[in-house]
Design a protein. Structure first.
Ligand code: HEC
Ligand code: HEC
Ligand code: HEC
Ligand code: HEC
Ligand code: HEC
Ligand code: HEC
Length: 407
């Protein structure tokens, strides 16, 4: 009975491993497909939008595999055979001729199609100026390898359990030791060496755990890719546009806003080309607000889509940070906390944003008691309390009280 039970479990794990390798295989295919796509198709096709040819995301849902193979190998021949779909799509694209790919193998084509199937089908086409859909690729490989390793370990354990069970029944054990080489054999037999190995593994594990825990929540240097290649260096640096022109919230309120696309349009209605990216990046602003640069006017009835900027600085919900308190009352420059933003092509998180960082500055920084309208009343009282010339730090006005920074 018992033996059959462990056998069955081994079977289940074996099938799991098979499924895993299959997942691996398709992941690999899509990867190969991506390179093939970039090398052969990307000049005329994108996945998410129309270029010279149609968007190819989700194409395997629209056409069957046989048709796709025939089309990709030789689209002219397929049309010549009188295939209605082939003739229709050719006419839809005003007779633009797609290159024939007789040299791509069936496997290559399957790989390319696997890649196109990885992303969801393209949304209904926006204006011809471009769309801002961003394709995010997830990489599961590490996770899969980890899972595979854990399963393998389980199998080894199961085999050992199975052997032990056999021994209990009084049968001669199929001795694992016999297969092992001499070094591991002596090692496994020696309890001291086993203890040593266990300790080393435990120490490494604890050290890694410690490192990982230390990093939790600290996101310094975080620099995500943004939907539009917006350069602070070009705008705030080279063109000297004031931070407050766009982040007008920082002076007045808790949040420092990210400007809406309409703020960009104040200038980009007329500035239609950039020095490094030409019209490519600026056209994404137009796609968001529905502006036709050729006509110089907004497209009527267009549903505006906000630009999905990726947030960089983000304190956990338990803490309270107020910009105007620091910028207006405290008289601090943006750069004190955000670094030389006007030199950054892409913004990154300059400061650690940990509690220690806030608290240290509050301990060291003197409150600017003069010329400070924001907290005039409170500052007046402080001057009375500590005397006019005292060095009043933020700590002294309550900057280390838990309740000031925590809800
Ligand atoms: C020189 C430009 C060009 C290249 C390179 C190109 N295509 Fe095309 N493709 C087109 C055009 C244009 C169409 C639209 C039909 C037409 O005009 O023939 C099209 C149509 C298609 C279609 C049919 C889409 C539909 O909606 O039915 C598929 C599938 C396709 N291409 C796949 C590929 C693949 C895969 C590659 C790379 C191996 C590739 N194309 C390379 C220009 C190109
Ligand atoms: C022309 C408009 C504009 C100007 C001028 C500008 N910014 Fe920005 N800023 C943006 C946009 C758009 C984003 C969001 C995209 C990004 O992160 O690059 C942003 C993002 C940021 C962020 C990161 C926000 C987050 O997600 O955490 C900081 C910090 C920042 N700006 C600081 C500054 C400072 C400091 C200045 C002046 C030196 C400045 N900005 C000038 C438009 C502007
Ligand atoms: C106050 C005017 C102003 C505002 C507001 C403004 N820009 Fe610009 N932008 C410029 C100028 C000036 C250039 C550079 C043009 C040149 O040098 O040819 C530029 C260039 C660009 C470029 C092209 C970059 C390159 O190197 O090719 C992009 C993309 C861009 N801006 C995005 C934005 C976005 C997104 C916003 C809104 C968050 C915005 N701009 C707001 C003035 C502005
Ligand atoms: C005392 C340090 C400090 C100063 C000075 C400062 N910031 Fe911030 N900034 C922060 C912190 C902390 C966050 C994260 C806030 C959060 O997640 O709630 C932040 C977030 C931002 C964001 C993202 C949006 C938001 O409000 O969370 C922008 C944009 C920004 N700052 C721009 C500016 C600009 C522009 C200035 C100057 C006018 C400025 N900051 C001055 C610390 C500072
Ligand atoms: C670069 C220095 C600096 C950093 C970093 C800083 N602060 Fe401050 N903070 C100040 C100054 C200066 C004031 C005093 C403003 C004034 O004059 O009233 C202040 C005031 C405050 C106050 C009001 C205190 C009171 O009693 O009125 C709070 C709350 C606060 N900061 C929270 C934070 C938090 C949360 C962080 C970290 C995310 C932070 N600060 C990071 C400089 C800093
Ligand atoms: C000057 C502002 C400030 C003061 C004062 C402050 N905190 Fe914090 N605290 C923060 C910020 C900001 C975070 C978020 C830090 C992060 O995400 O790494 C935080 C995080 C925490 C956390 C979450 C654990 C962690 O480290 O991320 C705890 C618990 C906490 N604070 C307790 C307290 C207590 C208790 C006090 C009073 C003795 C206090 N804080 C005073 C700003 C402050």
């Amino acid at each position: 009975m018992r033996k059959r039970f462990t056998d069955r479990i081994s079977h289940i794990f074996l099938s799991l491993i098979l499924v895993l390798t299959a997942t691996f295989a398709t992941a690999q295919d899509a990867k190969a497909g991506k390179s093939l796509f970039n090398a052969n198709c990307a000049a005329c096709h994108k996945l998410d939008k129309k270029l010279i040819g149609p968007a190819l995301a989700g194409i395997t849902e629209k056409r069957d595999a046989e048709w796709l193979h025939a089309w990709i190998k030789d689209n002219a021949a397929l049309r010549a055979s009188g295939d209605a779909d082939a003739i229709a799509i050719f006419e839809e694209y005003n007779g633009s001729v797609m290159t024939a790919f007789p040299n791509l193998s069936d496997e290559d084509i399957d790989n390319i199609l696997a890649y196109t199937a990885e992303v969801p089908a393209a949304p209904v086409a926006g204006p011809a100026t471009g769309a801002e859909a961003v394709v995010v690729e997830e990489d599961n490989t590490v996770f899969l390898i980890g899972l595979g390793a854990v399963l393998l370990l389980l199998i080894v354990l199961l085999v050992r359990v199975k052997n032990t069970l056999k021994q209990v029944k009084g049968q001669p054990a199929t001795n694992l030791m016999e297969d092992a080489n001499i070094i591991t054999r002596t090692a496994l037999k020696n309890p001291r060496i086993m203890t040593l190995i266990t300790i080393v593994i435990a120490v490494i594990f604890l050290q890694q755990l410690f490192l990982a825990l230390n990093k939790v929540g600290v996101t310094q240097d975080y620099q995500p890719e943004q939907p539009i290649a917006f350069s602070h260096k070009l705008h705030a640096g080279d063109n000297q546009i004031d931070c407050n022109y766009c982040h007008y919230g920082a002076r007045k309120s808790m949040e420092s806003n990210i400007p809406s696309a309409n703020v960009c349009m104040n200038c980009h209605m007329n500035i239609q080309e950039g020095p490094t990216t030409g019209t490519e990046e600026i056209s994404k602003i137009y796609a968001a607000v529905g502006f036709d640069p050729e006509a110089g006017s907004y497209i009527e009835g267009y549903e505006q889509k906000p630009i999905k900027w990726v947030r960089i600085h983000d304190l956990p919900d338990l803490s309270y940070f107020n910009h105007s308190q620091h910028v207006t009352a405290g008289g601090l420059d943006c750069q004190t906390c955000h670094g030389p933003v006007e030199e950054m092509e892409e913004v990154y998180q300059y400061s650690p944003l940990t509690m220690g960082w806030c608290v240290n500055c509050h301990r060291e920084t003197k409150v600017k008691v003069e010329s400070n309208d924001y907290y005039t009343e409170m500052h007046e009282k402080l001057k009375e309390k500590y005397g006019k010339d005292a060095n009043i730090t933020v700590e002294m006005i309550g900057g280390l009280e838990c309740g000031k920074c925590h809800y």
